[in-house]
Design a protein around this ligand. Structure first.
Ligand code: SF4
Length: 242
């Protein structure tokens, strides 16, 4: 798919519903597409929509080995409710062993470089395997989540994933709209969201946020906001205005 086609589609779907974009993506790319989920609120909304459109949708997730217990609980709740298989990808054991032997279990607190190294081993590399052979992936990214996501398009070319298509059906939704959908459709969600969490990743790198803080303020809270991406959603090469 060319940059021009992707730009045209992104503009076209800006005015349409997430379900319309999901339907298009699942039909266009079929088994060569995956819905990548960390089982956050946006992801469970997309799973609910996708399961209603095509129950054969492929759902992939990354088990970093450091997830909160509540994340496993929502994964199983989703598996049970929608009868969908969930393809779980783990980090390479040898890489995790080497990292922890050399630097211990909390090296990510020492520097941005160390944090990115841990994310690369536990997230970025497994995602590459999860997307291998795919022509498109669907994510729950939204523009209002953080300063690093304000230019997210509905359809993009993902330069960091070999130029495959990235589909973001909820790009223009705000947090309230996501929760409204969850409540109306009785979608299972991570119970940590009832305890002040607003974005959930690995257990040691996530905390609840205070009133008035950014949605992703509880992720790597010791870092500068511009650094707060784990490498799964790099903006350069997206084909979108920066
Ligand atoms: S979020 Fe934290 S524990 Fe998880 S992969 Fe990144 S640095 Fe490592």
């Amino acid at each position: 798919m060319t940059q021009e086609e992707v730009r045209r589609l992104s503009v076209e779907f800006e005015a349409r519903t997430p379900e319309a974009l999901l339907s298009w993506a699942l039909k266009e790319f079929g088994s060569k597409s995956v819905l990548a989920s960390s089982f956050g609120p946006e992801d469970v909304v997309l799973i609910d929509m996708a399961a209603k459109i095509d129950p054969k949708v492929r759902i992939v997730t990354l088990d970093t080995g450091r997830l909160p217990e509540a994340t496993y609980a929502v994964m199983d709740a989703v598996r049970f409710k929608y009868s969908v298989p969930i393809e779980v990808f783990f980090p390479e054991a040898a890489a995790v062993e080497a990292l922890t032997r050399a630097k211990g279990f909390y090296s990510f607190k020492e520097s941005v470089e160390n944090r990115k190294e841990c994310c690369r081993i536990r997230k970025v590399e497994p995602l590459k395997r999860a997307l291998a052979g795919c022509d498109a992936w669907v994510t729950g990214m939204r523009r209002s989540q953080s300063v690093t996501r304000t230019t997210t398009g509905k359809v993009e070319i993902d330069g960091s994933q070999g130029g495959i298509v990235k589909v973001n059906p909820l790009a223009d939704w705000d947090e309230a709209r996501v929760w409204d959908y969850i409540k109306k459709n009785q979608v299972p969600y991570n119970r940590l969201f009832d305890q002040g969490y607003r974005s959930i990743g690995c257990d040691p790198c996530t905390r609840a946020v205070k009133e008035g803080e950014d949605e992703r303020a509880g992720r790597w809270w010791w870092e500068n906001p511009e650094h707060k991406e784990c490498g799964l959603h790099n903006r350069p090469g997206s084909g979108q205005p920066k």
